[in-house]
Design a protein around this ligand. Sequence first.
Ligand code: FAD
Length: 185
Amino acid sequence: MTTGLPDREFPADLVLVGIGVIPNAELAQAAGLEVAGGIVVDGESRTADPAIVAAGDCTVRRLADGSLLRLESVQNATEQGKSAAFALLGKARPFAGAPWFWSDQYDVKLQMIGLTAGYDQTVLRGSPEAHKFSLFYYRAGRLLAIDSINQPAEHMAGRRLFEQGISPTPEQAADSGFALNTLLS
Ligand SMILES: Cc1cc2nc3c(=O)[nH]c(=O)nc-3n(C[C@H](O)[C@H](O)[C@H](O)COP(=O)(O)OP(=O)(O)OC[C@H]3O[C@@H](n4cnc5c(N)ncnc54)[C@H](O)[C@@H]3O)c2cc1C
């Protein structure tokens, strides 16, 4: 394939490619919508124009504290899509759940739930040597997020903990012998 660009070489040990990181929001901007690194929507996928909704990677969501959150994940796109459909029908379906994400990289299954911003403590559960572990992120003793490597059952238990608003103590999280799902109702 010819790109029309001059051939250049960049020596590197590691190459990280960010595909789809910059949203094409020109059309939204031309339509007079608020754009700030993406089309600004509320928790129900409404834009500044009551007749227009937006969902997915092209959006940034305004949170209750006024900050803007851009999530690039399948879960976010589908949940916002559902909220957008409800909004068009004049119904409210706020996207209230905790964000989650997964990626399979060769033999590594990475799964995340929650957002780590502002954490002040991390707790390791499992064994990095065995390539099966989770990192729990806390702020002021309250669970913010869990990143798991090759621990799908722990991730699912974590999702249910978030759904039920349950925060295991750091001691419980660190103890692999403690079954997290015993905290679930
Ligand atoms: C390499 C890669 C790996 C990823 N891995 C993961 C992962 O492991 N887990 C995860 O949760 N997420 C992952 N993501 C992110 C995930 O794919 C996106 O968050 C999700 O697809 C966003 O959905 P969307 O509907 O907003 O946008 P998209 O899925 O990008 O869909 C937008 C669609 O609009 C079409 N389109 C664009 N412009 C126009 C136009 N002018 N007219 C008509 N159609 C148009 C595009 O062709 C496209 O089909 C990955 C993304 C990439 C790029």
